[in-house]
Ligand binder design. Structure first.
Ligand SMILES: NC(=O)c1ccc[n+]([C@@H]2O[C@H](COP(=O)([O-])OP(=O)(O)OC[C@H]3O[C@@H](n4cnc5c(N)ncnc54)[C@H](O)[C@@H]3O)[C@@H](O)[C@H]2O)c1
Length: 323
């Protein structure tokens, strides 16, 4: 199978490329590392991804560049974009519009321009943030969307465009990822910040009081779900939650993390982030029924896995790599 992965220099994308390369697929890895929230990290990951067997790396900015070659595939896994609620306020709103909305609109249009029999299936990354906060039960895919930040609003628009493309004859599936963690997690994300602070002997920077809870989902599970979505025959345009069935409070996750690190870390409370959900909680029924997928990684074990990655990365000089 020929698979295109956009956002291949990113956290989730690099793991998807690793899995596809390992399974012997022909992969076109696409990214514009300069568009990343952390361009230096993306550039190092990009060099590693490009060296994987069966992988061709092509730098392309989906918001402006010619996309004919990008859409000549059996499947496009579209993970490129500007993630993050916090950074989407202020100047970040235009970036989310450019790299999430415009990039996706152009990619879907290029797919639709191909002759009917040659259009790829497109797996599109969305986010749990489209729901806003979960209430007393987990969010189901047909719940009303309630975006509370420019990032979440950009993903709602990405979903609308993906639905339109499905109506126009493109096989699409939307994956609503829930707080992904594990090796190579983005430097702006909570566990990455906590582990780095703890290893430096600094207080852990926590937004709010730590009562917020998340369906934390290990990247290994996320990759398995993404590959299942690429392979299964699904109703065009359908959205599927990709999240762990349990939600865990940030402060409880911190307790697991400091336990695994063997440190007693101080907490430095920071102002809560506007638009950050109090709780995200995935209903996992559709993923189970349609993809045969359930998240299996236990949070304590998954955190140990991420900590080992941070430690390994510190042991290796920067220029050698981040993998
Ligand atoms: N990590 C999570 O917990 C999470 C949760 C929900 C949704 N998502 C979504 O999953 C996708 C991947 O997330 P991630 O955490 O791996 O992010 P990431 O920032 O690590 O990866 C995104 C990649 O997209 C690239 N990119 C950005 N704009 C581009 C453009 N115009 N053209 C080409 N490449 C571009 C960046 O360079 C980066 O390497 C994103 O769409 C994100 O919104 C992630």
């Amino acid at each position: 199978m020929r698979v295109v992965v956009t956002g291949a220099a990113g956290f989730i994308g690099s793991h998807v490329v690793d899995a596809l390369s390992g399974a012997g697929h022909e992969v076109l890895a696409v990214d514009a590392p300069g568009r990343s929230l952390a361009p230096d990290v993306a550039r190092r990951t990009w060099a590693e991804v490009a060296a994987r067997p069966g992988v061709v790396a092509a730098e392309a900015d989906l918001a402006v560049d010619e996309l004919n070659a990008v859409v000549a595939a059996d499947v496009v896994v579209h993970l490129a974009g500007r993630p993050g609620v916090r950074d989407s306020w202020g100047a970040g709103e235009a970036i989310a519009e450019r790299d999430n909305v415009r990039a996706t609109r152009r990619l879907l249009a290029a797919c639709l321009e191909r002759p009917a029999g040659q259009r790829p299936k497109v797996v599109v990354a969305s986010s749990s943030s489209v729901y806003g906060s979960a209430g007393r039960r987990p969010n189901r895919e047909d719940d009303r969307l309630s975006p509370a930040s420019p990032y979440a609003a950009s993903k709602v628009e990405v979903e609308r465009l993906t639905g339109l493309a499905a109506g126009g004859g493109l096989r699409t599936v939307l994956l609503r990822y829930f707080s992904v963690y594990g090796p190579r997690q983005r430097p702006d994300m909570a566990f990455h910040r906590f582990v780095e602070a703890a290893l430096d002997g600094r207080p852990l920077p926590v937004f709010g009081d730590g009562r917020n809870s998340r369906s934390f989902t290990h990247v290994r599970d996320v990759v398995a779900a993404t590959l299942a979505a690429a392979a299964e025959d699904l109703p065009p345009g359908i959205a599927v939650n990709i999240g762990h069935s349990e939600h865990v409070a940030v402060r409880d996750a911190i307790a697991m993390l400091t336990d695994a690190l063997g440190v007693q870390a101080e907490i430095q409370r920071e102002t809560p982030v506007a638009g950050d959900a109090a709780r995200t909680w995935a209903d996992t029924g559709r993923a189970r029924d349609m993809l045969g997928w359930t998240a299996t990684a236990d949070l304590a074990e998954g955190l140990a896995d991420q900590i080992a990655w941070h430690r390994g990365r510190r042991a290796v000089p920067e220029e050698v790599g981040v993998g």
